[in-house]
Write a protein that binds this ligand. Structure first.
Ligand code: BJW
Ligand code: ZN
Length: 252
């Protein structure tokens, strides 16, 4: 009851959600903010405050200074391992149990949706939990991490790098194709906690809207997509999503 006083969900959106056969939810860094994971465009803290993420998440930065980039990713992986999924991640797990066909597409590399229990998650930008060889492409789930030596491929000896998508790199083909197909076939597209500026992910809501889907955005701030959305729910994902689910499926 207390939650419902703070968050107001438009009744037509609740009805659309309840009736929708195919729902796509696309999340960004904001969905993990309440787990204590800094968003991508937040000012970095501590050791990393003098670096801009946009300048570290590039193949050029890795080419110039792989030690620096690995240290940043190691710091972020440690932080994420200590974090727990929040009310927004859990609400999306609930949603999956009610919607006939739900596709969860995330730009996040933190694995928190999977840890919360979401069953099928499309990770557009890779994962902090994997590395891959910059030479032969071999993937690794575990690798030695020391301050002295950079991790190397067990097959060819070339440098391992985080298995994430940096600026200027192509997204994993299967992931973006599945996400685009889901956007083209959905009745409702819900965008949660993303600044909506990084392409091609940022284009998916428009694909959905252009083919007739209802578009809804959850974010404390306006975004390019909130301006064209049918519903803008201003607020934090962990406040808004549990109320949305509770109103759509009150018995559950
Ligand atoms: C809350 C909240 C709460 C806070 N609740 N909300 C012009 C110049 C140069 C490049 C380009 C250009 N135009 C287009 C490009 C291409 C480029 C791009 O889009 N750049 C833009 C920045 C302009 N895109 C690419 O380069 C992509 N590749 C590509 O285009 O390839 C072409 C190609 C084709 C074929 C062959 C070869 C190449 C790749 C993009 C990869 C993005 N990678 C990153 C790093 C991943 C690894 C890592 O994490 O380290 O992905 S960048 C970063 O941005 C990360 C994120 O997933 C992504 C999106 O960020 P997100 O999630 O939106 O986070 P924030 O921080 O921006 O926003 C947080 C939001 O949460 C805010 O709105 C808050 O209000 C909100 N929030 N608290 C709900 N509690
Ligand atoms: Zn290799």
């Amino acid at each position: 009851m207390a939650l419902e006083k703070q968050v107001s969900i438009p009744a037509p959106l609740v009805n659309w959600l309840r009736a929708a056969e195919r729902v796509v939810v696309m999340t960004g860094a904001g969905v993990s903010a309440e787990s204590g994971v800094p968003t991508f465009r937040d000012a970095q803290t501590g050791l990393w405050s003098r670096y801009r993420p946009e300048e570290l998440a590039t193949p050029e930065a890795f080419g110039r200074d792989p030690r620096l980039v690995w240290d940043w990713y190691r710091w972020r992986r440690d932080l994420v391992q200590k974090a727990e999924p929040n009310a927004a991640h859990h609400a999306l797990v609930q949603m999956e149990t009610h919607v006939h066909q739900m596709t969860l597409v995330t730009q996040n590399v933190d694995g928190l949706h999977r840890r919360a229990g979401s069953r099928s998650v499309i990770e557009l930008h890779g994962s902090l939990e994997r590395a891959r060889c910059q030479g032969c492409g071999q993937r690794a789930q575990e690798w030695p991490e020391t301050d002295e030596e950079l991790p190397r491929c067990s097959l060819c000896g070339d440098l391992l790098r985080p298995d994430v998508v940096w600026f200027g790199e192509a997204l994993p083909r299967a992931a973006i194709e599945q996400a685009a197909a889901a956007a083209l076939g959905c009745d409702l597209f819900l965008v949660v906690g993303t600044s909506g500026v990084v392409e091609p992910a940022a284009l998916l809501p428009y694909l959905a809207k252009d083919q007739g889907a209802v578009l809804a955005v959850v974010n404390p701030e306006e975004t390019p997509q909130s301006e064209v959305a049918d519903f803008f729910l201003p607020g934090r994902a962990g406040d808004v999503l549990p109320v949305l689910i509770q109103q759509a499926w009150p018995q559950a």
